[in-house]
Design a protein around this ligand. Structure first.
Ligand code: ADP
Length: 424
């Protein structure tokens, strides 16, 4: 079987990697593309995940970029298309899950489309159309106060209906628990009534496997990374996936290593502290560096050249009051951009100086680093922690990249990631 089976369109960068990690774990050789501007797909892959950055941009732009990605996947001849968003359904009243879902369904001429962000392994479940985070309603969880996409209503039928042109209904757990045939029959019933979007109840992985079976032969589906749990088994049953194929790409195991931390999240602060306590040399990006980004890049690189014997840490990670002070002095957007510019410049300089393995903390920071390295596609390697695999950037020379959303991973994430690939 040649050509990818599944093509995914993800609305953010680290979410795309999370999905790719899930697909590799399910036995699918997976590549992650950065943006939809490419014209050719790499050979020998079972799944392609196109990482867009469309979660919070204007809905019309999100739709246009998603349709461009769809065209690329259609040209590659994928059998199934997955629109991937966050398992907490991160969106605003204007979208972009609804508008993008509408546009993809219309372009593919599909009547009913599943929307299922459930991810039981990460404690995201859906019951009667309501999304729970752990034992809390979405609207009572921390997502209530998200700076960009505050989720104040846990009823996904209502949330999606508010941002979609199509009617939205719920497929209840009672139907899901009767198995794949019952779920498929419910889809067919809805299809008779015209176009609609369906929020499907799921509280366990077994529900996702039944849903995957019910979606056999359905071109478009949408969900969080969890929905991928139910897909590979269907492809394997059709004989589309080689049973003996090792889906996990070989990581970069040799060469100097470095850690770049640009997230101020709690998890990353703990990881920076643990790595420092383990004896790693640390270069801090403080106020003085942010004032002069170009000078900061060259001083960090000069400093790193003096520490070639072990993995160095270049860190902007700071306590909330320090971040606030920087934001007051330089502006919120400007301070973030300057820090990203510094860290991306340092990453590119380190690679030019021979570093071959980079661990990066922070979603936006990861995007900036990948951009600076000029990488347009990543092969997905072994899992470091759930949702965070080693990836291999296809640049002039392969570069190992572990790209971590700020809040992912335990305290020893940096040391563990490097330990898997030959140590610091
Ligand atoms: P996360 O995944 O935790 O959201 P991101 O990298 O996406 O991490 O976002 C963190 C943002 O905070 C980036 O724009 C980064 O440049 C910025 N930032 C990091 N450290 C500082 C700091 N010390 N002062 C100001 N901004 C910072």
């Amino acid at each position: 079987m040649s050509g990818p089976i599944l093509g995914a369109i993800a609305d953010d960068f680290t979410g795309a990697t999370d999905l790719a990690d899930q697909l590799v774990t399910g036995g699918m050789r997976t590549v992650q593309l950065i943006g939809a501007a490419q014209t050719a797909l790499p050979p020998d892959v079972d799944a392609v995940v196109i990482a867009l950055k469309t979660r919070t941009i204007a809905a019309a732009d999100a739709v246009a970029q998603s349709l461009t990605a769809l065209e690329l996947l259609e040209r590659a001849g994928v059998r199934q298309v997955l629109f991937k968003y966050c398992s907490t359904f991160d969106s605003t009243a204007a979208g972009n899950i609804g508008p993008v879902g509408d546009a993809l369904a219309e372009r593919l001429g599909q009547a009913v489309t599943v929307f299922c962000p459930a991810y039981p392994a990460n404690k995201r479940s859906i019951y009667n159309g309501y999304l729970f985070v752990g034992d809390m309603l979405l609207s009572e969880s921390g997502m209530r106060d998200h700076p960009l996409t505050p989720m104040r209503d846990a009823n996904l039928v209502r949330v999606l209906a508010a941002q979609s042109r199509r009617p939205v209904a719920n497929v209840g757990l009672g139907i899901v628990r009767r198995g794949a045939a019952a779920i498929a029959a419910a889809f067919a019933q809805f299809a008779q009534d015209g176009p609609s979007h369906l929020i499907v109840d799921v509280t366990e992985d077994a529900d996702l496997r039944a849903l995957g079976e019910a979606l056999d032969g359905v071109k478009l589906l949408s969900g969080g990374a969890g929905i991928a749990i139910g897909l590979p088994a269907v492809y394997r049953r059709h004989g589309w996936l080689g049973a003996s194929t090792d889906a996990v790409a070989e990581p970069v195991r040799a060469g100097r290593a470095a850690v770049i931390a640009g997230s101020a999240s709690q998890a990353t602060r703990a990881q920076v502290a643990a790595f420092r306590a383990g004896g790693a040399p640390v270069f801090e990006i403080g106020e003085e560096q942010i004032a002069q980004p170009d000078v900061a890049v060259s001083s960090a690189l000069t400093w790193a050249a003096g520490h070639r014997e072990t993995a160095v840490l270049i860190s902007a990670t700071a306590e909330p009051d320090v971040v606030r002070r920087n934001q007051e002095r330089f502006g919120v957007a400007e301070s973030g951009e300057r820090v990203e510019r510094i860290l991306a410049g340092v990453a590119a300089g380190l690679v030019a100086a021979g570093v071959r393995r980079l661990v990066v903390a922070g979603g936006e920071t990861s995007g900036a680093v990948v951009g600076a390295l000029g990488a347009t596609s990543l092969r997905i390697g072994p899992r470091i922690e759930v949702g965070v695999p080693w990836t291999i950037a296809q640049t002039a020379e392969p570069i190992g990249l572990a790209l971590k959303s700020g809040n992912f991973g335990g305290p020893d994430f940096f040391a563990n990631a490097l330990g898997m690939t030959g140590g610091p």
